[in-house]
Design a binder for this molecule. Structure first.
Ligand code: NDP
Length: 322
C-alpha cells in the first residue's frame, strides 16, 4: 500500500512516497482504510525532528475511514464500522492502525472528511476551553492564529461556553474568518501590537486566559496580555519553541499561571474521549460548530500540504485523500 514516510528528519522534501506492507492489527488495535487523513502542525514537528521519533516513520496521527480488521480482544468495533482516530500509527497511508480505546465511531451525520477535519483539532479546542481553563460566560480569551485549524474551532467552542474572544491572525485575508467564527475583536499581529489590543479589549485589565500555540514569537506579548492571576496556556510551537524562562517572570507579570498541555493527557480514557467527541459531533449536527476544510490534497502531495501549512497561507483544516 502507499504510505508517506520519513527516513530522516528535515524539510517537506523528506516526505517520501513508499510502498509498504498493509499492517496487521495487534491486540487491542483495529485497522482502517483511510478515507481522509488530517494534516496537523504536529506532523511537521515530527518531520523536522523537533519531536524525536523512531525512523522510518509513517507520518500522521489523524484519520477517518472504514474498519478492515480488528485485533485480539477488540469487542467494540467490527469490520465495516466507520471510525475516526487522533492516535493513528501513520495516518498518511492507504490503511492505518489505531488503538480501539482511542478510536471513535463516526455518526451518519458526518462524512469521513468532516470527521478527519474535526477530530484532533476539535478535541484540542474542547479540552482547552472546557478543561484546561474551563471558560464561563463573561470570561475573556485571547486566541492566537485564529483562522488556523485549531484557532477557528477554539474560537467557536469559547463562544459556545459564553466567553468573549479576541483573536490574532497573520494577514488581512484571515480577519473575516476569525470574525465569522465568533471573535469580537481581531488583531493582525504581524503589523499591530496584540498585547495592546488585548488590553484595549478588556478595558485595560488583560484577558483571563491566553491560548498560545505560536510559541517563540508571541511569548513576551502573550505574557503582557494577561490580567493578574490569568492563565497562559502554551500549547504549540508554530514559530519555534518557547525559550527557557525563569518562573519569576510569572510573578512579575501578575502571579500568572502557566501550563503546557497536550491532547493525549486530555483523552486519557475511552470515556473522556467519548464525552468530548459526543459534544463535538452534537455541535456539528446542530450547526453550532462549523468545520472549515481549507484544502484537500492527494496523499502523494503530502509535501505540498506541509509547505502550505508552514507557509502560513492556509486556513482551517488540510486533508490528504488516499
Ligand atoms: P494551523 O492551521 O493553526 O497553522 C499554524 C498557524 O500558525 C499558521 O497558519 C499561522 O497563522 C500561525 N503562525 C504564526 N507564526 C508562524 C510561523 N512562524 N510559521 C508558521 N505558522 C505560524 O495549525 P494547527 O491547527 O494544526 O495547529 C495550531 C497549533 O496548535 C500548532 O502549534 C500545534 O502544534 C498546536 N496543537 C497543539 C495541540 C496540543 O494538544 N498541545 C494539539 C493540536 C495542535 P497566522 O498566519 O494567522 O499567524
Amino acid at each position: 500500500m502507499l504510505a508517506i514516510r520519513i527516513h530522516e528528519t528535515g524539510g517537506p522534501e523528506k516526505l517520501r512516497v513508499d510502498d509498504v506492507p498493509v499492517p496487521a492489527p495487534g491486540a487491542g488495535e483495529l485497522r482502517l482504510r483511510v478515507e481522509a487523513a488530517g494534516v496537523n502542525y504536529l506532523d511537521t514537528y515530527l518531520r523536522t525532528g523537533l519531536y524525536p521519533s523512531v525512523l522510518p516513520l509513517i507520518i500522521g496521527s489523524e484519520a477517518a475511514g472504514v474498519v478492515t480488521a480488528v485485533g485480539a480482544g477488540v469487542t467494540d468495533f467490527r469490520v465495516g464500522d466507520r471510525v475516526a482516530t487522533a492516535k493513528a500509527s501513520g495516518g498518511y497511508a492507504a490503511e492505518t492502525l489505531s488503538p480501539a480505546a482511542a478510536t471513535v465511531r463516526v455518526p451518519d451525520s458526518a462524512s469521513s472528511q468532516l470527521a478527519a477535519a474535526l477530530l484532533l483539532q476539535g478535541l484540542t479546542a474542547h479540552y482547552l476551553a472546557c478543561s484546561t481553563f474551563p471558560l464561563k460566560p463573561g470570561d475573556t480569551a485571547l486566541v492566537h492564529a485564529g483562522a488556523g485549524g485549531v484557532g477557528l474551532l477554539l474560537i467557536q467552542v469559547a463562544r459556545i461556553r459564553g466567553a468573549r474572544v479576541i483573536a490574532t491572525v497573520g494577514s488581512d485575508a484571515k480577519v473575516s474568518l476569525a470574525r465569522e467564527a465568533g471573535a469580537e475583536a481581531v488583531c493582525i499581529y504581524t503589523k499591530e501590537n496584540f498585547a495592546e489590543a488585548a488590553r484595549k479589549f478588556t478595558d485595560g485589565r488583560g484577558v483571563d486566559v491566553a491560548y498560545d500555540a505560536v510559541g517563540r514569537d508571541t511569548f513576551e506579548g502573550t505574557l503582557d496580555s494577561l490580567r493578574p492571576r490569568g492563565m497562559f496556556v502554551s500549547f504549540g510551537n508554530a514559530s519555534g519553541p518557547v525559550p527557557p524562562f525563569s518562573p519569576l517572570v510569572l510573578s512579575k507579570k501578575g502571579s500568572l499561571f502557566f501550563t503546557r498541555p497536550t491532547l493525549v493527557h486530555y483523552m486519557s480514557t475511552p470515556a473522556e474521549l467519548r464525552s468530548r467527541t459526543d459534544d463535538l459531533f452534537a455541535w456539528l449536527a446542530a450547526g453550532t460548530l462549523k468545520v472549515r476544510i481549507g484544502a484537500t490534497f492527494p496523499l502523494t502531495a503530502a509535501a505540498e500540504a506541509h509547505r502550505a501549512l508552514e507557509g502560513r497561507g492556509t486556513t482551517g483544516k488540510l486533508l490528504l485523500l488516499p
